[in-house]
Design a protein around this ligand. Sequence first.
Ligand SMILES: [Zn+2]
Ligand SMILES: [Zn+2]
Length: 251
Amino acid sequence: MFFNYHTHTFRCKHATGSEREYIENAIKSGIKTLGFSDHIPVDFSNGFVSGCRMTFNEAAGYFDTVRKLAEEYKDKIKILCGFESEYSPSLHKEQMKKIEKYSPDYMILGQHYIGEEWEGRTSASQKTDEGLYEYVEQTLTAMNTGDFLYLAHPDIIGYRFSDIAIEKAYTRLCEGARDMNIPLEINFLGIRGGRHYPSIRFFEIAKKVGNKVIFGIDAHSPEDFLHQSAEKKAEEMVENIGLDLITEPIL
Ligand SMILES: [Zn+2]
Ligand SMILES: [Zn+2]
């Protein structure tokens, strides 16, 4: 694995280690292109404070630190800086304007919430077919903006739905991503944590639809770059299902 676009920093309040440690371990693991994509800051106009993202006050320090390290390490590794972002129906446009000044290299989409974050409806806790359909529509709307490089953990919402809904909704999601040429991530955090994603069930649909898939370490600690069994499991999944894996850097 020579590239990874899914890397966090301590600023999101649930990751550990310094940027330098992430970079050193990425180099150790053989990575040639490393993208930082920490959880994007959001200015919630209603006063809501998110517990899982940096504040806008920290964004300048984030870019400054990563850009300086990119320069320092440029002979060893290519380092990019962007964000992992939710799609907020009401704030997205404004949000894009607010981050413009940092010139992020890219954004990946991670739809951890349905509707708006302050409503507290996490994707992973949805239990009704309607919740699944809503997740898929919101994700498609998000991808359709053209602002996202790829979709992180596409099946984060899980499988607590009817078989018919799972087949129908995930097929729709996969077809949309395929038509917009947006890769779907095989998320290593899910593998490391023994979570319900990435699942064979979802990626068999992606295979049928003809999606491109991409590996994402979703590093929340420098050690995550050295977790070889996660990579091995992901490779087995690709092989067993016959997935179309992206093997060259896309940025
Ligand atoms: Zn995170
Ligand atoms: Zn992430």
